[in-house]
Design a binder for this molecule. Structure first.
Ligand SMILES: Cc1ncc(COP(=O)(O)O)c(C=O)c1O
Length: 362
């Protein structure tokens, strides 16, 4: 999760206040406002708003797509060996529930080459992250998508760290599904994410959830989806904290005002500065820089000396309590690593200070 701009937080509070003034009315007036938020997001992603569905986070979005995907019995699902635990479990659960097998293919930079060797006639779904949780490694998703399309294999992307940190253009992509968070690099309200579904995928999906928009759709839901029944079927149609979703529009406004290219350029400057500064002061190996620049994402992870790595999650709390330093600990191949995720609200001076704190750890 990332910090949100003040303008987004204030807008969110304002929407909450209006909802609290008349909760009953709020429910009926939610659907046109949710559609407005979805359209603003679509504009930013160069997507058709009809191909998106809003969800509280990427875990829910990935569940809704993966569990809805109809695969022939005894299929094979392939994932990489550096995926996020919760999303691995969705693939594993689907495999166990429906009688498929789950294969793990390693490789990072050589993943695509290894995938080409690993696929067989039973392979029906490949799932990888866009930007991995451990070190911020960036998978070449369009190259993987082109290969999967050629082999008639579905390709789903866990883009938890994608939106906001990478330029996304859904008018051009070859991927079949992309799930993402808005509460990470987009700096949107906590509890907001989305799924983007290629229109080609619609005949292959049977939603696992049901609600108000499953059968005869009441007129007030028709304000959503621009007349597209599929979009209405996949929309959120139950009570949620609508204010969080409405503030997606304000998040997009923030990005448009500052300029997405400018924000992402600054993220990269801070990321590279952070990698250099922490390496220089601590002597730790920057795992994120062990790959060619094209595979480097917005985060930097460091291998820790054994005594620190053994302390696992505890370091997150220690660094926050003692030094006001916000870090993450991630597992890469069963070893705890320290991960830093600088964003535009950070400065070089803060990063230098943080590097000094890390260097003082024993
Ligand atoms: C690669 C990856 N996928 C999925 C998730 C899950 O995100 P959420 O808990 O917001 O659904 C994360 C969270 O850090 C992640 O790093």
């Amino acid at each position: 999760m990332a910090f949100s701009p003040r303008a987004v937080l204030e807008a969110q509070q304002g929407y909450k206040k209006i909802i609290e003034e008349n909760p009953a009315l709020a429910l009926f007036s939610a659907w046109p406002q949710m559609w407005t938020a979805q359209k603003r997001l679509a504009e930013f992603l160069n997507a058709r708003p009809q191909d998106l569905f809003l969800r509280p986070n990427v875990t829910v979005a990935m569940n809704d797509f993966i569990m809805a995907l109809e695969l022939p019995p005894n299929s094979e699902i392939i994932i990489s060996d550096i995926e996020y635990g919760a999303i691995i479990n969705i693939c594993r659960y689907k495999a166990e529930k429906e009688g498929h097998t789950l294969k793990i293919v390693g490789g990072g930079e050589s993943f695509l080459a290894n995938l080409k060797q690993a696929v067989g006639p039973k392979t029906k779904l490949v799932m990888v992250s866009h930007v991995t949780t451990g070190s911020g490694f960036v998978f070449p998703i369009e190259e993987i998508a082109a290969f999967c399309r050629q082999k008639n294999i579905f390709f789903a992307v866990d883009g938890a760290h994608g939106a906001g940190s990478m330029p996304l253009d859904f008018s051009k992509t070859e991927v079949d599904f992309y799930g993402s968070n808005l509460h990470k690099w987009m700096m949107g309200p906590k509890g907001t994410g989305f799924g983007w579904v290629s229109p080609k995928m619609r005949p292959h999906l049977k939603p696992q959830f049901a609600g108000w928009t499953t059968y005869d759709v009441q007129p007030h839901f028709q304000a959503f989806g621009g007349g597209d029944e599929w979009t209405v079927r996949w929309m959120i149609c139950s009570t949620v904290q609508f204010a969080d979703y409405y503030a997606i529009s304000d998040t997009i406004q923030f990005w448009q005002t500052l300029g997405a290219a400018q924000i992402q350029k600054r993220q990269r400057e801070l990321r590279d500065f952070c990698a250099g500064e922490v390496t220089r002061k601590t002597g730790w190996v920057c795992l994120s820089d062990q790959v060619a620049p094209a595979f480097r994402g917005p985060m930097v992870a460091f291998a820790l000396p054994a005594a620190l790595a053994n302390r696992g999650f505890e370091l997150i709390f220690l660094l926050k309590e003692k030094h006001q330093l916000l870090v993450s600990m991630t597992m890469i191949h069963n070893t705890w690593c320290l991960r830093l995720a600088p964003h535009i609200y950070n400065t070089e001076a803060e990063i230098t200070q943080a590097a000094g704190v890390l260097a003082s750890l024993r």
